[in-house]
Ligand binder design. Structure first.
Ligand SMILES: *Cc1c(COP(=O)(O)O)cnc(C)c1O
Length: 404
C-alpha cells in the first residue's frame, strides 16, 4: 500500500488488501500541491501543455496526461477508481446517467445481428432503450424470468451476446442466482451484465459471482441525497476499454461536479445502506403484522422464499420494499394519498422516503398480463425507506392503511 503521507498526484489505487469501507474513503484519491485533505474538484474542460511537442506526445498517448474532459478528468477518474475498487473490478467508466451507462455498454459490445436476453423485471427505461432503439439497429431481444435460470438457457441462441438483469428485482424483490446465470452466460459465450443500482457494492458485488460487467445509476443510493444524475460501468480492463471508447467519441460522460458529489457519496455508502436496511426492516415487520396488508416483499424477511440465496449474495437486505393491499388500485391510491410526509415519486435511494404505485407509474406502459406475470398487482405499493425515524414512516403509512 502507498504510504498516504507521500501521496502527491494520481491516484491511490493500490489498496488491494483493504476492506470496502476503507476503499470507500481512500481509493482513487488524487492530491495536488496544495496538500488538501478532502478531494479537490477539477471543473476544467481542457488542459494546457508546455509546448507543441508535449501536446503532440500527450495526444498520441506517449505521455500520460489530460487532454480534454470528454476523454479524462481528474475528479471523474477518482470516482471511477474508487467505485471500481469497491466493486472488485479492474476498471470503471463514469457516465452522464444510469441510462448512458447501459447505452455505452450496448454500443461498445453489441452489433447488428446480435441477440440480448434481458430479465423481464428491469427498469422501465432499460426496456424502452432495448425495444425502441436496439431493435432499430438489428439487435433482437428476449425476456427471461430472473428466478428461473433454465429460462435463460432455453432462450439462448448462437447469436446471444448479452445477458442483462437486476437483482433483487423491482418492485417485487425476486432474487436471481447470479452464479448459476453467470455459468449459463459463459456456456453461451454471452457477456453477463448486472444493474447493481438497488444494492450498491456495499451490499452485493456481482463480479464476485461471475458477472462480467456491473452497471450503476449513481443517481440513486451512490449519491444518496437526490442531487445529481450519473452512472457507471465496472469490469475488467479489456471490457471497459471499448466502453471508454464510446464515451470519448459519443460524449455521454460524467460532469466533474457530479463526480465529486458521487465520490463523497461513496464515503458514507456503507453506513447509509445499513441505516436504510434497518429502517426498511422496521417498516416491513410492521407492515407484515397489519391486517390490511396481504403480502410484503422485502429481502430481510425470514419468510422470503429465497432467503438462502439472499444470504449468499447480499450483505444486507437493502432499503426497498413493496406490499400489497386488498382492494386493488383504489385502496393502493388511498394509502399513497393519505401520506403527509413520504414523497410521492418513483425515485429511490434518497434520504427521504418515497412511495409509488408501480402499476400506474414505473410499470404503467406494459400490459396488465405482463404486469401480473411480473407479480405487480393493482394493489401493490413500493416504498424506498429513507433515513427518517422509521416510526414516523409507519405513522404516515398507518393513516391510509388503518382507514381501509
Ligand atoms: C434509475 C435507474 C436506472 C437509470 O438511471 P438514471 O441515472 O436515471 O439514468 C437504471 N437502472 C435502475 C435499476 C434504476 O433504478
Amino acid at each position: 500500500m502507498t504510504d498516504i503521507h507521500d501521496l502527491l498526484g494520481p491516484y491511490q489505487s493500490d489498496l488491494t488488501d483493504a476492506e470496502i469501507e476503507t476503499l470507500a474513503v481512500r481509493a482513487g484519491q488524487y492530491r495536488t500541491q496544495e496538500h488538501e485533505h478532502s478531494e479537490a474538484i477539477f471543473p476544467s474542460s481542457s488542459y494546457v501543455f508546455k509546448s507543441a511537442a508535449e501536446a503532440q506526445a500527450t495526444f498520441r498517448g506517449e505521455l500520460e496526461g489530460n487532454v480534454y474532459s470528454r476523454y479524462t478528468n481528474p475528479t471523474v477518474r477518482t470516482f471511477e477508481e474508487r467505485l471500481a475498487a469497491m466493486e472488485g473490478g479492474e476498471a470503471g467508466a463514469a457516465t452522464a446517467s444510469g441510462m448512458a451507462a447501459i447505452l455505452s455498454v450496448v454500443l461498445a459490445h453489441l452489433k447488428a445481428g446480435d441477440h440480448v436476453i434481458c430479465s423481464q423485471s428491469v427498469f422501465g427505461s432499460t426496456i424502452n432503450l432495448f425495444e425502441k432503439y436496439l431493435r432499430k439497429f438489428g439487435i433482437d431481444i428476449d425476456y427471461a424470468d430472473p428466478v428461473n435460470t433454465a429460462d435463460w438457457k432455453a432462450k439462448s441462441r448462437a447469436e446471444t451476446r448479452l445477458f442483462f438483469l437486476e437483482s433483487p428485482s423491482n418492485p417485487v424483490m425476486e432474487v436471481a442466482d447470479l452464479e448459476a446465470i453467470a455459468a449459463v452466460a459463459k456456456d453461451v459465450g454471452a457477456l453477463f451484465a448486472v444493474d447493481n443500482c438497488f444494492c450498491t457494492p456495499a451490499i452485493q458485488r456481482p463480479l464476485d459471482f461471475g458477472a462480467d460487467l456491473v452497471i450503476h445509476s449513481a443517481t440513486k443510493f451512490i449519491d444518496g441525497q437526490g442531487r445529481c444524475l450519473g452512472g457507471a460501468v465496472v469490469g475488467s480492463k479489456e471490457l471497459i476499454e471499448p466502453v471508454v471508447g464510446v464515451l470519448r467519441t459519443a460524449g455521454p460522460t460524467m460532469s466533474p461536479f457530479n463526480a465529486w458529489v458521487f465520490t463523497k457519496g461513496l464515503e458514507t455508502l456503507s453506513i447509509r445502506m445499513k441505516a436504510h436496511t434497518e429502517n426498511c426492516a422496521v417498516v416491513a415487520e410492521w407492515l407484515s403484522q397489519h391486517p390490511k396488508v396481504a403480502r410484503v416483499n422485502f429481502c430481510g424477511l425470514a419468510s422470503h422464499p429465497q432467503k438462502a440465496l439472499i444470504d449468499k449474495q447480499q450483505r444486507l437486505a437493502g432499503g426497498v420494499l413493496s406490499f400489497e393491499v386488498e382492494g386493488g388500485k383504489d385502496a393502493a391510491w388511498q394509502v399513497i394519498d393519505s401520506t403527509r410526509m413520504i414523497s410521492i415519486t418513483a425515485n429511490l435511494g434518497d434520504t427521504k422516503t418515497t412511495i409509488t404505485h408501480p402499476a400506474t407509474t414505473t410499470h404503467g406502459r406494459i400490459t396488465e398480463e405482463e404486469r401480473l406475470a411480473a407479480g405487480i398487482s393493482q394493489g401493490l405499493i413500493r416504498v424506498a425507506v429513507g433515513l427518517e425515524n422509521p416510526q414516523d414512516v409507519i405513522k404516515d403509512l398507518a393513516r391510509g392503511l388503518d382507514a381501509l
